[in-house]
Design a protein around this ligand. Structure first.
Ligand SMILES: [Zn+2]
Length: 257
């Protein structure tokens, strides 16, 4: 129990770092320097303003210096990351697999929010995640002396990438415009590398349903079809599959086969 609380808190702290990445990566700032500051007035945050969740509540969601609103999103990211880490620990304990899933989830959280806000999937985040994944698979291979996992992951990443590349060209040809972004293709490569090929179709199905529902809502509210980012829906689909992929698969096979 104490370990679980520790892991969730670690997730919350990492979520606070993910917020820094979300704020800074799209505008081209370094994620390390300068120290954490208010995005409006530049006021450097003191120790008491850096405690995740607690500081936000203590400051009632405003900067101590200029009183501008700190986006509510920041507290949500911290809570979601904490819950994700708790879930990963519950499923995988302290293992390399748990680390891999955590790296993927952290990348997906950044990518989903940045894509939602800027319609942009920064390559730096995708390649960092991929690099982290390769190192961890390598470590696992060395420790267990089984190299099959690394090759399998590499092949599955390549398949995910090419599958989406195919969809990218087909949709461009059919719709005569870019329905999928090139970033989505890279994102599917990353997800395929970590999650495995058997789940890719399930992720696409979930993302398609959620994205479709959102598209309809958008159409009703705005009265015309508008383009919207796909990354958040792919990320949510991958997140659902990471935690509930197996039960969903079993349920599906039992009912439809
Ligand atoms: Zn400020």
């Amino acid at each position: 129990m104490l370990q679980m609380i520790g892991v969730v808190w670690l997730g919350v702290v990492i979520g606070s770092f993910l917020n820094v990445c979300i704020d800074r990566i799209p505008v081209g700032q370094s994620i390390i320097f300068p120290r954490s500051h208010c995005m409006k007035c530049g006021h450097t945050l003191g120790v008491l303003e850096l405690i995740p969740v607690v500081s936000y509540l203590g400051l009632r969601g405003r900067c101590k210096h200029c009183h501008s609103h700190i986006p509510l999103r920041s507290i949500w990211i911290e809570i979601i990351t904490g819950l994700c880490f708790g879930g990963v620990y519950y499923l995988y304990g302290f293992t390399i697999k748990a680390l891999m899933v955590s790296v993927l989830l952290a990348c997906l959280i950044i990518l989903a929010v940045v894509d939602w806000q800027y319609m942009l999937l920064p390559t730096a985040v995708i390649y960092t995640g991929l690099g982290g994944g390769i190192i961890l698979y390598f470590l696992q291979a060395v420790m267990t002396n089984q190299w099959i996992g690394l090759w399998q992951a590499a092949i599955e990443g390549i398949i995910g990438y090419n599958l989406f590349m195919f969809l990218y060209y087909v949709s461009k040809w059919v719709l005569k415009k870019e329905a999928l972004g090139y970033g989505d293709v890279r994102l599917m490569g990353l997800i395929g590398f970590f999650v495995g090929i058997e789940y890719i179709s399930l992720i696409l199905l979930i993302a398609g349903i959620l994205g479709g529902i959102y598209g309809v809502i958008l159409l009703i509210r705005r009265g015309k079809s508008e383009s919207y980012p796909l990354g958040p829906f792919l990320s949510i689909g991958a997140g659902i599959v990471i935690f509930w992929g197996e039960p969903i698969m079993i349920w599906y096979l039992r009912n439809f086969y």
